[in-house]
Design a protein around this ligand. Structure first.
Ligand code: IPE
Ligand code: IPE
Ligand code: MG
Length: 253
């Protein structure tokens, strides 16, 4: 049955508190197009995107979501013009400096996934400081995917599994789904319940391929800088009216 909301209710009011997704992942896309629409350079779009990150993270923390994973920079994004890559790295440092007090205030713990060894030294150092500073926070865990791609992650996991088998730490027949999950960068994080992608693209772009096996997907045309907290609530309400069957029949669940 399609969900028919009462017209006068805001999306926030329609959220069912005992059906909250535990983990939401977001592909934050459309910063460049937003800038173009406004006759601005791409970097202005990225700056506006940071404001959205602030708002959505605060809303997620308030709602009591456990995990929020944000795709901030992919392995493939290293292939963008050097000027944009350098500016994005500088923006990351500035954002961390600016946002750490808010993370502390909202009890948010920052973690990262991705090949951080590729980040410039100053960016990496700044992140490590923030990771340490927020490590004891007990509210929302914010997982920032930086220099991340799922194929990189899976290949890295396979290499380490192969090494551990070769060194006798594990037998080949002991490699289970759980073992594979434990070798991924997301090992202590439950799989996402909901994936949101903004900007009207219907693709995964090398994000969490293993972890998204049974995630509910939500696509919106909204460009990331235009994505509001109300849009975020709307995605959650949509998710809450889906039936997650995990391969079973409707009668079984
Ligand atoms: C997403 O916005 C942010 C990053 C990938 C860093 P884009 O920069 O991809 O924006 P579009 O897709 O060009 O509009
Ligand atoms: C995906 O966006 C990566 C991030 C949001 C960080 P892209 O803009 O890089 O994705 P494609 O290239 O359009 O698939
Ligand atoms: Mg894009």
């Amino acid at each position: 049955m399609p969900h028919v909301p009462k017209i006068s209710m805001s999306y926030k009011e329609q959220i069912i508190s005992d059906r909250m997704p535990r983990h939401i992942a977001i592909i934050m896309d459309g910063n460049g197009r937003w800038a173009k629409q406004h006759g601005l350079k791409r970097m202005f779009g990225h700056r506006e995107g940071v404001r959205t990150v602030h708002e959505i993270t605060t809303a997620a923390a308030e709602m009591g979501i456990d995990y929020l994973t944000l795709y901030a920079f992919s392995t493939e994004n290293w292939n963008r013009p050097k000027e944009e890559v350098d500016a994005l790295m500088a923006l990351l440092v500035e954002t961390i400096r600016q946002e750490t007090p808010t993370l502390m205030q909202n009890n948010v713990k920052l973690t990262t996934i991705g090949d951080l060894s590729r980040l410039p030294e100053v960016t990496r150092t700044k992140f490590e400081q923030c990771l340490q500073q927020t490590a004891a926070n007990t509210g929302l865990t914010m997982v920032l995917a930086l220099s991340y791609s799922s194929r990189w992650e899976i290949t890295d996991a396979m290499t380490r599994i192969a090494n551990d088998v070769q060194n006798g730490k594990m037998k080949a027949e002991e490699v289970s789904e759980q073992v594979v999950s434990d070798y991924l960068t997301t090992k202590s994080v439950p799989d996402p319940d909901l994936l949101i992608r903004t900007s009207g693209e219907y693709r995964i772009s090398n994000f969490l391929l293993w972890q998204l096996a049974y995630t509910e997907l939500y696509f919106t045309d909204c460009l990331w800088p235009d994505f509001t907290v109300e849009e975020f609530y709307k995605a959650i309400v949509d998710y809450q009216h889906r039936e997650r069957r995990f391969g079973k029949t409707s009668e079984q669940v």
